[in-house]
Structures are given as C-alpha cells and as structure tokens.
Write a protein that binds this ligand. Sequence first.
Ligand code: FE2
Length: 426
Amino acid sequence: MLDLLITNATLPDGRTGMSIAVQGGRIAEVTEGLDAPAHEKLDAQGLLLAPHFVDPHFHMDATLSYGLPRVNESGTLLEGIALWGELKPLLTADALIERALAYCDWAVAKGLLAIRSHVDTSDASLLAVDALLEVKRQVAPYINLQLVAFPQDGVLRSPGGVDNLKRALDKGVDVVGGIPHFERTMADGAASVKLLCELTAERGKLVDMHCDESDDPLSRHIETLAFEAQRLGLQGRVTGSHCTSMHSMDNYYVSKLLPLIAQSGVAVIANPLINITLQGRHDSYLKRRGMTRVPELMAAGVNVAFGHDCVMDPWYGMGSGDMLEVAHMGLHMAQMTSQAGIRQCFEAVTTNAARVMHLEGYGIEAGCDASFVLLQARDPVEAIRLRATRLKVFRKGTLLAETPAATTTLHLPGRSSQTGWMIPKG
Ligand code: FE2
C-alpha cells in the first residue's frame, strides 16, 4: 500500500497523464496512468506538478525589517548598506528570529522549501549568525536553509573581518561568502577572492560571493573568482552572485570571459527584482537594466539560477517569497520571451538553483524526495505568466500547505454569471 498516489499530473518536462507514487517520503515510481492502492489519492486534473521552488540567494537576517529605522530614500545599494549599518546595533536575536520564521511561513505557502541565505558576519558578536543558526534548526522539518558567511562590510576592509568569518564557519555556517567589489581597492577585492577561495579549499566548503554588484564595467572580480576556482580545483563548488557589471562590460572582453567562467564550473546567480531596482541608479538616461548576461551565460554552458535576494528590507520594499515573481521579472529583463527561454527561467528557480545548493534527492524522479508543488497552471510557461496559485505543497510526502484555487465570478450586464480562472485556455 502506497502512502500517496498522485494521478493525471503534468510534469515540467511536458509529460502528461503521469502518476507519482510515494512511499516513505520518497518517490517510488513515476509512470503514465498508474493506479495502485494508496492511503491517500490526489487527482491532479492535468495540472503541473513541479519540484519545490529553490531560492539560491537571500538575506534572511534583514528580511521583513522594512522601515527600520527608516526607509532607503535614494534606493541605491550603497544607502541600503549604510541603512543596514544603522539597523545592526538595534537588532535583537529574538526579533531577528521572529522575522525570519515569519518569512519562512510565507516561503512554505509559496512552495519554496530550500533557501540559501547570506548572513552578515561583520559584527564581532555574530548575533545574526547565532540567530539564523537557531532559525535553521527550527525550520529544518520544513525548509532546507543553507547559510553563507557574508562579510557585508568587506572581509579585508572591516577590522576582524577574516576572523569573524572563520568563527561563523566554526559555528556551523555552511558556505563561504565575500563581497570583493566593496573592498577598498580592486587589488584588495582580488586579494579577498583569493583568500576566501583558499579558505574554501582548506575547509572543503562551497563558496558563493556577491561579485561585481555594480554598473562599473571594469569591476572584474568574476574573472579572479573563475581563475581561482580552476587553480584550486573547486569546479562545481563556486558561485558568483549578481555579476551585474557584466551587463556593462565591453563585448570583446566578455567573449573571453564567458569561456573562462564555463570552464571553471562557476555558477552564476542573477537577482532580477533587486538588479532592476538597484542598478542604473547613477545613470540619468539611458538607464541600464543592470542584470548579468543570463542567456549568454546559459548558452556558454554556465549554470545560471535566479534568487529573490531581498524581501522588505533596507534594499527592497517589495516581495513575498514568490519565486515565480522572480522568474517573471527575470524573463522580462533578459528578454527570454521564447517558449524555450521562459522554460529556462522556470528552471532558474527550480533545478538550476537546486544544483547551486548541491541539494540531494531533488526532482520528480523515482528515488527523489517527494517534495513538490501542485500549481494552478498547465505548464511552466503558464505558471510564470499567472504566478500560479500553489494548490498543494508537499515535503517528503507530507502536505505542508494548501491554497484554494484562484477563481472569479463575473456578473456582467446582459450576460449570465460565470465562474472560472478567467484565463484564456491555451
Ligand atoms: Fe545579496
């Protein structure tokens, strides 16, 4: 007897009429038209069953702090960092934990069950590190929370930066972080990349750096990151986040850079909602979009994922933990409007992001964890277009969240009332 049998599901790869058999928290079988005894049966009615969403780039220590102690007036990255500096002395562990747990509730409701969050290690007290380690422990039954030791004020620029970061790793933080473009000089930025990659190799960790988050076409720390990944044999364990300067780089230089990134096995994370908000702020007109070169990187064979980055914090006052909103903005900014391009944007918030985080048991295949989302959409394109309702969210075969289907009843003059999704049927 199966624990759960889902029938008549459409999968992200386009297979329809699929049955997913679940036993002991794992997918036992994925096959067309299977019927078998099960404690629970769910008819998906032809809707999309996708593996859960994955956010590979977030800042959970700052989330839901919008307006504390004031809002970001200029809307720039630099005022956001200054504002975060004003907020830090006011932070308490209890308040930080409360906000993070509230965000995790939102995330589950949106089918987001794995999050890589950077945590600021600049403060010697490591208050935020301890608080997020506690959050990680508390949410472990429903969210896979991976933490990155992030020296927001610069690992070389701030006193004790290296020591604080190492102590965060000692406490159990999973991934090495960095911010080379915020160090005092280009040389210091490159030195920080080398130092942090060597630390990653020494400790057998992953590394994910905020890299070139600027509109400066000469900010080229991604080159150093890719070179160090190769030199130290870290292929597959290194990620460059943001990489927005690539948007503004000279095309000839990029033609040399793309193969280096691909050969070094460095993954790239774009953060569309934040990149369109923060980049181009020093421009008058024309204003640059600022997001990294997503389709070009993908075409070169680089694993590219999309992150949410911020929700209601010193940098961004919007957001709700909805990775379909992230994908929606990403495809607009990257002009990935072909059917194939839209599907790639769906992968950027699911399978690609899972590869960045080295998630095990991810996917809708026999042997994978039964952690998936039933969406009120018939395929990934429709899911992004509608930011589709997450009808049911399962983790390891257990139902974690349910949302009623979005329906509207119209009462139009001269016509009988009608109820439905109010979307054109394809
Ligand atoms: Fe970030």
